[in-house]
Design a protein around this ligand. Structure first.
Ligand SMILES: [Zn+2]
Length: 74
């Protein structure tokens, strides 16, 4: 959806990108002690059927989560 701009469920191409921000009401994943070390999650919404996908847009953020959760799970 992020890459093809097409909904995998209904094949519509009416996709909107919903950005997030670090904060109490943002869509984010904890990656440290405070909310400010969280990683933001971007949603892609199909406005035709309502299907949503979530992506970490920044590769550096993906790396942060990888490190944080690899450490926690070992
Ligand atoms: Zn759809």
């Amino acid at each position: 959806m992020k890459n093809t701009n097409t909904c995998p469920k209904c094949h519509s191409n009416e996709i909107v990108r919903i950005p997030s921000f670090v904060g109490a009401s943002g869509n984010n994943i904890k990656a440290g002690i405070t909310v400010f070390s969280s990683v933001t999650v971007t949603r892609y919404l199909c406005t035709s059927c309502g299907y949503t996908e979530e992506w970490i847009d920044d590769p550096a953020d993906v790396e942060t989560l990888k490190k944080y959760y690899s450490w926690k799970n070992n």
